[in-house]
Write a protein that binds this ligand. Structure first.
Ligand SMILES: Nc1nc2c(ncn2[C@@H]2O[C@H](COP(=O)(O)OP(=O)(O)OP(=O)(O)O)[C@@H](O)[C@H]2O)c(=O)[nH]1
Ligand SMILES: [Mg+2]
Length: 313
């Protein structure tokens, strides 16, 4: 998965890139940004959950086609930050927006327009790069509302285009991709044609575990949980044909630890089984996964832990 960005002078002649650039996918939490990235990429790069604030940092996805290359940045949903972790999350959104050639401003059209949407819109308006308004979740919204919403946004910002999508099914993705290529500046490949993302395997494994924690817990647990990989050992593949992984789910209080472990360890076991299956298909290897739960009070303000999680540099 990881290959070094190529020297732009050494472009393969077989892929004549005509347009390329950075595209930041931005919006409020939970609107479907990561789902859309995965649809556009045709593979799972970014984890998804029904809880807000799932994505905690910028996630890179590089799509290479004969017509060019799109460097997508999936970003955390813009929200009011209460912890160092969240300040860092929000900062990463602004950084992605500032370096983008194009914004995909994603909205959930099944939700009514409120203060949060206005704030997001005001942020988009301040960015010089063109923006496409992506009206997501059309599957759960009346068609008549789509035109209404377009009218509302059109009155407030000069969007380059308006594209309705369903990031669950992929409806609208092809139209959106055409529009993205139309808006991008002419340019060659910025990464190798086979390059997809820049994350080390360890990070993706931690994310896959966190995704299961998010899916299987409720209330404050998704927000107070993080994952650290303690061991990633491929040296025993030759003897037992297993990649050995040990990981800790970090929470803030012992009561939360109890919830994640569950009755007789049931929930942790479920998290571990589901995560292991995903990790095995991601790595294409059989995996031994040892999962632990650790209490670290106030870890979301702890720069040492945030660094370990890759949320702070
Ligand atoms: N019905 C419907 N649900 C969708 C659609 N797109 C995404 N979802 C759901 O919306 C929820 C949030 O999706 P994500 O892709 O994680 O949203 P996000 O914007 O990346 O969220 P954060 O990372 O928390 O900011 C998940 O439960 C998705 O399955 C859609 O087009 N229709
Ligand atoms: Mg996300």
């Amino acid at each position: 998965m990881n290959q070094k960005p190529q020297n732009p002078d050494e472009q393969p002649a077989s892929i004549p890139a005509t347009r390329s650039g950075m595209v930041a996918i931005v919006g409020r939490p939970n609107v479907g940004k990561s789902s859309l990235l995965n649809q556009l990429m045709g593979s799972k790069i970014s984890i998804i959950s029904d809880k807000p604030q799932t994505t905690r940092q910028r996630i890179l996805g590089v799509l290479t086609e004969p017509r060019g290359q799109v460097i997508f940045f999936d970003t955390p949903g813009l929200h009011k930050p209460g912890f160092e972790m969240n300040r860092r999350m929000v900062q990463s959104v602004y950084e992605a927006m500032r370096s983008a050639d194009l914004l995909l401003h994603l909205i959930d059209i099944s939700q009514s327009f409120g203060k949060g949407e206005q704030f997001m819109l005001d942020v988009v308006k301040k960015i010089k790069a063109p923006a496409i308004l992506v009206l997501n979740k059309i599957d759960v919204t009346k068609k008549s509302r789509i035109l209404e919403i377009i009218d509302h946004y059109r009155g407030q910002h000069a969007y380059a285009a308006f594209v309705p999508t369903c990031a669950l099914s992929g409806d609208g993705s092809a139209v959106l991709l055409d529009e993205i290529f139309r808006q991008l500046p002419p340019g060659g490949l910025l990464y190798d044609a086979g390059f997809i993302t820049d994350f080390p395997e360890r990070f993706m494994i931690a994310e896959l575990i966190r995704e299961k924690v998010l899916a299987l817990t409720r209330q404050e647990i998704p927000y107070v949980s993080g994952v650290i990989i303690d061991l990633y050992d491929t040296s025993r593949l030759a003897t037992d044909n297993l990649v050995h992984i040990e990981a800790s789910v970090i929470v803030e209080k012992s009561s939360q630890k109890g919830i994640i472990i569950g009755r007789q360890g049931g929930l942790l076991k479920q998290i571990g089984t589901q995560a292991r299956q995903d990790i095995e298909s991601f790595l294409g290897q059989r995996v031994y996964l040892g999962l632990f739960v650790r209490t670290e009070p106030d870890w979301r303000n702890n720069s040492h832990i945030l660094k370990e999680m890759g949320l702070l540099y």
